[in-house]
Structures are given as C-alpha cells and as structure tokens.
Design a protein around this ligand. Structure first.
Ligand SMILES: O=C(O)[C@H]1O[C@H](OP(=O)(O)OP(=O)(O)OC[C@H]2O[C@@H](n3ccc(=O)[nH]c3=O)[C@H](O)[C@@H]2O)[C@H](O)[C@@H](O)[C@H]1O
Length: 431
C-alpha cells in the first residue's frame, strides 16, 4: 500500500531509485517527511479556514434571506407582474409609501387606468399599522403588490430597479406630521432626508432613469405671510423640523436634477384629507373623539384669531399626482451621468379656499350628528402655522389640476367611510 509520501512524490521507474537505508537518505527522508507533513497540515488548515468562512457567509446570507421580507424567485415574479402596465404606453411606477393615505389612493388610480404599480412601504407604527395593512389588502385585491421594506435599504432598491425598468417613481413615503417633529426629530431626518437621498441614488443609477414625482408640503411656506402662497414665494423660514426636512428635500432633488439629469416634480400638498386618511390629523382625531364623547383641543392663533387651512380633498390630490406623472418629461441621465437638461418643477396642490378649524369642527358635528366638547387653547409653539392658502395657477396651467371638492362634501365622504370602517363603536374597527 503506497504511503502518503509515495502518493505525493511517486517513484519514477527507470530514472533513479532512492536507497532509503543510506544514512544521508534516511536524514533526507526524515526531513522530507516532516516537511511534507507540515505541508499537509498547512493545506488542511487552509481548507478548514476556507470552509469555515464560506459556511459563515452561507449562514449570514441564509439568515438575511430568511429574515428579510423580500427577495427570492416568487417575490421577483410578484414584483414583475404588479409592475406590468395594461394599456398602450402605460407606465411602470414604483410608489413609495403605498400603504399610506395618499400612496394607497394614487396606487389604485394608476392601476385602474392600466399602469403597472409596485408599492413600497415600511409599515412603521407612527400611526396604527392595522390601517396600513387594511389599505394593503385593498390594493392587493386590485393586483397591486406592496413590498415590505424601507427606502433606506440600498440593497432592496437596487434589487427592485434590477427586476423592473420603472418609468416613474412616485415618492410619497415620509415621516409626516408637523407637531410630532418635536417628539421624534430623528425620524424626520431618517425618512425625509436620508431615505430621499438613498432613493435618488437608486434613481440616478438606473438605466434608463425614471422620472421622479414626490411629495413636498405646504409647510415649506412657514412664516410666509403673503397670500395666497405662490411657488415663487420665500420658503426659507420653516416653522417646524418637518417643514425644514421637506424644504431640504426640494434642494436635494434640485441637485440630482442638476448633476444627474433626473426629471423632478415636487408637489406641495395642502392638508390633504379624505377616506382612508391619517389618524394623526385633526379632522380624523376630532371625528374619533367626538364619537367617543371625548373632548377635542382646538388651537387658536394670536389675538384670538382662528387658525385656517386650505384643506384639500384626496381625489383632487390624486388627479394632481397623475397629471404630474403624465407631464413629467424624461430624465436625461445614463450610467449615472447627465446628457442634457431635465425638467425640475414644483407645484402647489391646494384647494384655494381656506377654512377655519372651528368651521371644520362644526361641519363634522353636522355630519356626525354629535356635538363636540371643545377645549379652545392658544396655539402652542409647536411648529404650527396660523394659516395656509394655495395659489394653484401653475398646477392648473401645467397639469390641468382643478380641485372640485369643497370641505363640506369631502368631509361627508370621509365620515361615511369612517363609520363603515370603524362603526360608531368607539372607533374600534369592525371585523
Ligand atoms: O399641508 C401640509 O403640508 C401638512 O398638512 C398637515 O398638517 P396640518 O395642516 O397641521 O394638519 P392637521 O395636523 O390636521 O391640523 C389642521 C389644523 O388643526 C389644528 N389642530 C390640530 C390638532 C389639534 O389637536 N387641534 C387643532 O386645532 C392645527 O393647528 C391646524 O390648524 C399634515 O399633518 C402634514 O403632514 C402636512 O402634510
């Protein structure tokens, strides 16, 4: 039986024969034997280390695969099917914040007219995630797949853009809410700044690049006193961190337009309300409290002046979003480089008829047939602004935007939805 040494250094018959009994050869043989043993051990150790490392990476990728809620052949198939347009020259749109209020409405409207839609949402708990899940089910019934993930996840975004060539990005994911910024400032930086940059990086690198339409906010007008608010008015006096991050978003998107040729449309939404709305907003929480017999707090401005908002109904906002996508123009970049100028646009999407907060309350009382218990207090210094009022002539001209729903009508539709979703049963969802 050949020794290991023989296998490594086989005798070559006919050339020479080693006399193993010669003292020199015995010495040489011992030396050789120990060198080859060391060599074998070294090989063994290298193999062991290599297999350990590859096992580790297998475990890592395996655990990532099993813990991540995205990825895999089935997932890619769902994404592709959802992104598939069903009309001639239809769009393939990724809607971020698709399980959110505006995101869910825009996704449905796009799908209904034959565009392909893939949603992306992190289902965070800023407000009741069960409402977001219910919106997800609604969208799913219409063939819209929502990816459970964060806009800060670079790998996820790369994968999405790899699987689908998106013509448009409708970016509605954000940390919303004006007053919550004092409680959790970092969540605004995470979503509205870091998340925005991560998303724009993915858009800039995509080939071809999508056109981007995204949600800015009426709050960028901050302490501006010129009414109505026009896009050219000053926006350098934000009153809240929320407003500051939205304003930063306008500057950040500008640089991506300037350097990389991304087509950008920023939409300044004015206090959007309606069915499937956000529970943190006044019209929603007032409704809940009024039905539960709890008091509501109504803020009032300096010198006892009522606060007012240019409340805008969701269906009007959706039309403005679709009009923006339709007229967005193409991005010009390729391989991360700009090849020509691309559109950079900002529009107010408001209703152009501000209503005071006490009037909002009395409309709700009428629709709910319940009297509110009001606590009127002076507006705390928490980021609020006294009033908003949109000039929408640019949006009307460029997007064909024309709001048609007044607050009375819009709140009637909201209340009808609220009662069908939660019932009168103290705001608990009906099953
Ligand atoms: O246009 C925007 O860009 C923003 O619109 C919305 O902010 P706001 O216009 O502040 O709406 P909202 O909170 O419903 O308060 C409405 C009114 O009720 C008053 N208000 C509020 C709460 C309360 O308890 N009492 C009260 O009087 C309050 O003082 C205010 O006068 C979105 O939340 C925000 O994410 C962003 O999109």
């Amino acid at each position: 039986m050949p020794s290991l040494e023989d296998e490594l250094f086989p005798s070559t018959p006919g050339k020479f024969k080693i006399d193993r009994n010669h003292p020199m050869n015995r010495q040489f043989h011992r030396c050789f034997a120990s060198t080859s043993t060391m060599f074998l051990w070294a090989l063994f150790l290298i193999a062991l280390t290599a297999s350990y490392l590859s096992f580790q990476s297998f475990v890592d990728s395996g655990s990532r695969y099993f813990s991540a809620s995205w990825g895999g052949i089935q997932w890619e198939k769902q994404v592709r099917i959802s992104a598939q347009p069903h009309r001639t020259n239809g769009f393939s749109v990724v809607v971020t914040g698709a399980a959110g209020f505006v995101g869910s409405h825009v996704s449905l409207a796009l799908k209904k007219r034959g565009d392909g839609v893939v949603g992306l949402d992190n289902f965070n708990s800023y407000y009741d995630p069960s409402l977001k899940k219910a919106r997800k089910s609604l969208l799913s019934n219409h063939g819209i797949f929502i990816v459970d993930g964060d806009i800060n996840d670079v790998r996820l975004l790369d994968k999405l853009f790899d699987v689908v060539v998106f013509t448009h990005v409708m970016h509605l994911a954000a940390q919303a809410g004006v007053r919550y910024a004092m409680e959790n400032p970092n969540s605004y930086v995470h979503s509205n700044i870091a998340g925005l940059v991560t998303l724009l990086e993915a858009c800039k690198s995509a080939n071809p690049q999508p056109a981007v339409v995204w949600a800015s906010s009426s709050s960028v007008y901050g302490l501006n006193e010129k009414v109505p608010f026009s896009e050219s008015d000053r926006t350098d006096q934000p009153a809240s961190l929320y407003a500051a991050t939205k304003k930063a978003g306008e500057e950040i998107t500008h640089t991506y337009n300037h350097i990389y040729g991304l087509s950008i449309t920023g939409l300044r939404f004015f206090t959007v309300y309606g069915p499937w709305g956000r529970p943190d907003m006044a019209y929603f929480s007032f409704t809940r409290n009024i039905l539960q017999g709890k008091p509501i707090t109504v803020f009032r401005g300096k010198n006892r002046v009522d606060l007012a908002r240019d409340f805008t109904y969701i269906d009007d906002i959706v039309k403005g979003c679709l009009g923006s996508l339709d007229t967005s123009g193409k991005s010009t970049g390729s391989g991360g480089k700009k090849t020509g100028a691309a559109p950079y646009r900002i529009f107010n999407l408001g209703n152009t008829s501000p209503v005071t907060v006490p009037t909002l309350v009395s409309i709700l009382e009428r629709h709910l047939k319940v009297k509110a218990k009001k606590n009127v207090v002076e507006m705390p210094g928490n980021g609020d602004v006294p009033f908003t009022h949109a000039n929408i002539s640019s949006a009307r001209r460029e997007l064909g935007y024309k709001p048609t729903t007044d607050l009375q009508t819009g709140l009637k539709k909201f209340v009808r939805w609220y009662l069908s979703y939660y019932g009168y049963n103290h705001g608990k969802p009906v099953n």
